[in-house]
Design a protein around this ligand. Structure first.
Ligand SMILES: C[S@@+](CC[C@H](N)C(=O)[O-])C[C@H]1O[C@@H](n2cnc3c(N)ncnc32)[C@H](O)[C@@H]1O
Length: 258
C-alpha cells in the first residue's frame, strides 16, 4: 500500500476555513456577527471553528488532497466538520505510526468517524494494520454528557460503516472491562477520546505499557477547560512515568512514547 503524497502548493494561494460550530458561546448570533467582521480584518489562511480563530496560516490540512477527501467523506454532523484540524493531527500522527510496529487503537469510538478518517487517509480498505476500537456503543457510559444515537442497535450501525474493512475490530463494552475481550500486544497509535477522566485513566492503565517506543498517544480533549478533570487526572499519571503531555492548540494533548 502506498502512503498518500502531498501535491505541489501555490505560494500565493491560501485557503480559509469557517464554520459556525464551536462550544461555550453564550450568544451565538452576536458572536457570529462579530466573527464575520473579524474575518475581514485578518490576513488569509484563517481557520474559524472548534473554538479556534487563527489566521495567516498555511492551513496544510486543506491542501492535502487525500486528507480532504477522507475528512469530507466521513463528516456525519457539524462537529465532524468543525474538528477538521483535530482530524488532521490524528491523520499526520497516524501517517508516522505506519512505520512503527504495532496496531492502532481508539478508546471512545462513538460513530467511528475518527477511525474511518484515519484509515481512509492511509489506504482505506487497503489499510495494512489492525485497528481496534473500544466503546459501549449501545448506551452512554458518561454521566452528564450525552452522545446522540447511543441506543440498542448503534453498535450494528457503526459496524456496518466498516463493511469491507476486515482490519477493524470493534469491541463493545465498558472500558476497562471490555479489554478482557481482546487487546493488541503492541500499539503504534493510541487515540483516547472518552470525555471522562476515570475511563481515560483506566485505558492508560491497561494500554500504555503496550505502546511501542516511538508510538504516539493522543488525548482528544486534554486541553479544553470544560474537561479540566481529565487534565487534573492525567498530568500526575504521566508525570509519575516521566512524561509531560504536549497541549496542542486543537485542544488535544499528545506524547511520544520512549
Ligand atoms: C466523543 S465520543 C468519541 C468520538 C470519536 N473518537 C470520534 O473521533 O468521532 C466519546 C465516546 O467515548 C465512549 N466512552 C466513554 N467512556 C467509556 C467507557 N468507560 N467505556 C467505553 N466507552 C466509553 C462513549 O460511549 C462515546 O461514544
Amino acid at each position: 500500500m502506498e502512503l498518500p503524497k502531498l501535491g505541489a502548493i501555490q505560494l500565493d494561494q491560501l485557503i480559509n476555513f469557517s464554520t459556525p460550530k464551536s462550544w461555550g458561546i453564550s450568544d451565538p448570533a452576536r458572536f457570529n456577527a462579530l466573527m464575520e467582521e473579524a474575518k475581514t480584518l485578518v490576513t488569509p489562511g484563517y481557520y474559524l471553528g472548534d473554538n479556534l480563530f487563527t489566521w495567516g496560516r498555511n492551513n496544510s490540512l486543506f491542501e492535502d488532497a487525500a486528507f480532504r477527501q477522507a475528512w469530507t467523506d466521513n463528516i456525519q454532523n457539524d462537529a465532524d466538520q468543525a474538528i477538521a484540524w483535530r482530524r488532521y493531527v490524528l491523520a499526520c500522527l497516524a501517517f508516522n505510526c505506519m512505520q512503527q510496529p504495532g496496531d492502532f487503537v481508539e478508546c471512545g469510538v462513538y460513530a467511528g468517524s475518527g477511525i474511518k478518517t484515519v484509515m481512509d487517509y492511509l489506504g482505506g480498505k487497503a489499510f495494512p494494520k489492525t485497528f481496534w476500537g473500544y466503546d459501549t456503543f449501545d448506551y452512554n457510559p458518561v454521566q452528564g454528557h450525552s452522545f446522540a444515537g447511543q441506543a440498542d442497535g448503534f453498535y450494528n450501525q457503526v459496524q456496518a460503516r466498516f463493511d469491507g474493512y476486515p482490519q477493524v475490530r470493534l469491541i463493545k463494552g465498558f472500558i476497562p472491562d471490555s479489554f478482557a475481550q481482546g487487546m493488541p500486544e503492541q500499539i503504534a497509535y493510541l487515540h483516547i477520546d472518552m470525555n471522562n477522566a476515570a475511563g481515560e485513566i483506566a485505558a492508560l492503565e491497561s494500554l500504555f505499557d503496550r505502546v511501542v517506543s516511538g508510538g504516539v498517544i493522543v488525548l482528544d480533549d486534554y486541553e479544553w477547560s470544560i474537561y479540566r478533570g481529565q487534565k487534573q487526572a492525567e498530568d500526575p499519571w504521566f508525570e509519575a512515568r516521566g512524561y509531560r503531555v504536549v497541549p496542542l492548540p486543537t485542544g488535544q494533548g499528545m506524547l511520544i512514547k520512549r
